[in-house]
Design a protein around this ligand. Structure first.
Ligand code: FES
Length: 73
């Protein structure tokens, strides 16, 4: 197997499909767009995207959203 790192292009494609809110099928680009459009808090991201409203009530997506708001993802 090739151990070479994925190219930047492949990494961008994978990021496009990476889930944030698994319950609602919301992926990274939608949350990034909300942040780019001015969402600055968890509540604002949730309102803009629908994240945190699924069956786990944000248990899985809240930590990811907070990291994205902090610029760590
Ligand atoms: S993963 Fe977002 S509400 Fe469950």
């Amino acid at each position: 197997m090739d151990d070479a790192p994925l190219s930047e292009k492949h990494a961008r494609i994978l990021r496009k499909y990476k889930p944030v809110c698994i319950c609602n099928g919301i992926k990274v680009p939608r949350v990034e767009e909300a942040i780019e459009n001015g969402a600055r808090s968890l509540e604002e991201v949730a309102r803009a995207t629908g994240c945190t409203t699924g069956s786990c009530h944000g248990e899985r997506c809240v930590p990811v959203i907070l990291e994205m708001l902090d610029g760590k993802r």
